[in-house]
Design a protein around this ligand. Structure first.
Ligand code: ADP
Length: 257
């Protein structure tokens, strides 16, 4: 009976370490793929909008556009385009630091409630413009062991996406709780769901769904969720997505404080 018990324990340990090794290999493979994708991304997603900006600046310089309304519109588009590119460069920088393993986390016991309410305040104007209701519980928010800046980034990326990809008059809800010594945080929306074929790819660098490819979606360069996954995994956490029927639900798990 004793040897059987030892055998069982040993067997379990072996199985568990095999899973970890596989996860580490899988993560390394993904980081490598991420680095490759990033180079491809820079050459396309950064060059295309730059070419557009240059063409507009040139038209203004050459006097090709003259009437005041068009001149003003070109100036506005150049400013908006420059802001977008600045955000893309910031995202790119963040992701390359993650991929290089150069993220210096300084974890503290962060009150999730404050991080979530700041992020909600940040997306409120965007949500109001699309008549989207934002919901979050008043109390019961746990503390998380995390880098504050990184956690804020995770929450705001998820919220911005939820608001952007939910049709007007929808609802976005943030919830959190504790389970098995972890904290979970979930952002659910009424986007109508993500196609099954896309579900496992949304966290990949440069992956963008059909809806994101329309200019009015205001979407970024497909880096937002890759950053979310990178930051969460750097904390030893996990992130997943699923469809709920009305929409989708992103869930992050992090160590509790
Ligand atoms: P981006 O939004 O710039 O395209 P992301 O990495 O943030 O890049 O998201 C990747 C893709 O995942 C999006 O293009 C979209 O198709 C899908 N997606 C992300 N968040 C949501 C959401 N809350 N609801 C529906 N689809 C989403």
């Amino acid at each position: 009976a004793v040897s059987l018990a030892v055998g069982v324990t040993f067997g379990r340990r072996l199985a568990a370490s095999a899973v970890w090794a596989q996860e580490a290999r899988e993560r390394e493979r993904r980081l490598e793929a991420g680095r490759r994708d990033l180079v491809a991304w820079v050459s396309h997603d950064l060059r295309t909008p730059l070419a557009g900006l240059r063409a507009m600046a040139e038209a203004l310089e050459d006097g090709v556009v003259r009437d005041l309304a068009t001149v003003t519109e070109y100036h506005r588009r150049i400013r908006v385009g420059t802001d977008q590119l600045t955000r893309l460069v910031d995202d790119l920088f963040e992701l390359s630091r993650i991929n290089a393993g150069a993220l210096r986390l300084a974890p503290t016991n962060v009150p999730l409630r404050e991080v979530v309410s700041d992020a909600l305040a940040g997306v409120a104007p965007l949500a109001a413009g699309r008549r989207i209701t934002l919901r979050a519980a008043e109390s019961g928010w746990p503390r998380v062991r995390a880098g504050e800046r990184e956690l804020a980034r995770v929450v705001s990326n998820l919220l911005i996406n939820a608001v952007r990809y939910t049709p007007e008059d929808g609802t976005v809800q943030v919830e959190a709780g504790r389970e098995d010594g972890d904290v979970w945080l979930a952002v659910s929306d009424t986007c109508g769901g993500i196609p099954d074929d896309d579900l496992h790819r949304v966290f990949d660098v440069a992956f963008r769904g059909e809806r994101a490819r329309t200019p009015e979606s205001g979407a970024g360069g497909g880096l937002g969720l890759a950053i979310v996954r990178g930051l969460v995994e750097a904390h030893g956490g996990r992130v997943r997505v699923g469809n709920t029927g009305a929409g989708c639900r992103f869930e992050v798990r992090l160590p509790a404080a």
